[in-house]
Design a binder for this molecule. Structure first.
Ligand code: ATP
Ligand code: MG
Length: 332
């Protein structure tokens, strides 16, 4: 990879971050910040698109998400951490890009389609929600980002952003906007503890990095395994077994994991032993993260975010000026 890459990632401040974020994107951000210019955005405007009637939830979680960042090792000295709504240029770019994509294309987006199924908009889908991929295109292009670490659920959104980039550059005969590529995490879609959907803040089926040791243990002991594995001696199923999905993602000793799977399939390995192994694994990973989280205050994180936003805004201003020039909106 060339050294000139620019990385942009974001999270919606709709709740604390969970293990899906950790394995799907946070871990790779911590590595990427050692090599590239990294922008990490808290997407409060996007979070409002399906929480417009609950702005307090979004506001409170801005600081919580930033604490999660710091706790896993995202370093404000290396990455620029900022808040979306503090960069009005992003919204202005969104308006220009909205003309470059059709409503049908936005409705066909598999990510938005899946999200619509989970939400209860019925027949009144907010236009802002349908259009949030356009605002993501603005976020990506404002910083001329080339690499986007994401979970699998976000791939169609990067495609839309690149379509907008190509269309813009073609129509306005410009080279201002740059296409980006996704980087997928080690686990592209961590399943929720209910085993039904991907782990998600909004679905309440996730293990949060800030969960206490007791809650973590309780969530693990309530995990879905194999309903037919009743007696310890019964053969058990590994596929679709949430405990194994989490061990696959977090248990380092792969040989040992292979042998655990064999024993479980054969019969003779109880769910409680298996859950105990997962509990030890996750408690070990989360203990230092929890400790670091407790050491940062709301004041600390707001200072970091305000100063990061000032830096980010300067860059977005430049891109917006170039975009307006390419369109020909120059009034002197
Ligand atoms: P919400 O329910 O509010 O949409 P979320 O849990 O889906 O929240 P986002 O803030 O939408 O989290 O996603 C931030 C990033 O984390 C995205 O890149 C997304 O792909 C990744 N991500 C989210 N959930 C998972 C998961 N379960 N496994 C892997 N990556 C994930
Ligand atoms: Mg999401």
């Amino acid at each position: 990879m060339s050294v000139n890459q620019i990385v942009l990632t974001a999270d919606r401040p709709t709740g604390h971050l969970h293990l899906g974020h950790y394995i799907g994107s946070l871990k790779s951000r911590v590595e990427l910040q050692e090599h590239y210019k990294c922008f990490v955005m808290i997407a409060d405007i996007q979070a409002l698109s399906d929480n417009f009637d609950n702005p307090e939830k979004v506001r409170i979680n801005v600081a919580e998400v930033c604490k999660d960042y710091i706790s896993v090792g995202i370093d404000p000295e290396k990455s620029t951490l900022f808040i979306q709504s503090l960069i009005p240029e992003l919204t202005e770019l969104t308006i220009y890009y909205l003309n470059l994509i059709s409503v049908t294309r936005l409705e066909r987006n598999p990510t938005v389609k899946a999200e619509l199924q989970q939400k209860s908009f019925h027949d009144s889908i907010p236009a802002g929600f349908l259009a949030y991929p356009v605002s993501q295109a603005a976020d990506i292009t404002a910083f001329k980002a080339t690499l986007i670490p994401v979970g699998e659920d976000q791939l169609p959104l990067i495609e839309i952003a690149n379509e907008i980039v190509r269309r813009f550059n073609r129509i306005y005969n410009s080279k201002v906007l740059i296409e980006s590529k996704p980087i997928l995490g080690k686990v592209q879609r961590l399943v929720g503890i209910d085993g039904k959907a991907k782990a998600s803040k909004s679905l309440g089926n996730a293990i949060f990095m800030s969960d206490t040791p007791e809650i973590l243990k309780q969530k693990i002991y309530n995990m879905y395994t194999d309903p037919n594995h009743i007696k310890i001696s019964d053969p058990g199923k590994v596929e679709g077994n949430v405990v194994f999905s989490y061990l696959d993602a977090f248990f380092e000793d792969k040989e040992e994991l292979k042998s655990l799977k064999k024993r479980y399939q054969k019969g003779g390995l109880g769910d409680s032993v298996l859950k105990g192994i997962l509990n030890d694994t996750l408690q070990n990973i989360l203990a230092p993260i929890r400790e670091k989280r407790a050491s940062v205050s709301n004041e600390n994180v707001m200072e970091i975010l305000i100063s990061g936003s000032q830096k980010a805004r300067e860059i977005a201003k430049n891109t917006l000026a170039e975009v307006k020039e390419a369109i020909g909106l120059l009034y002197k």
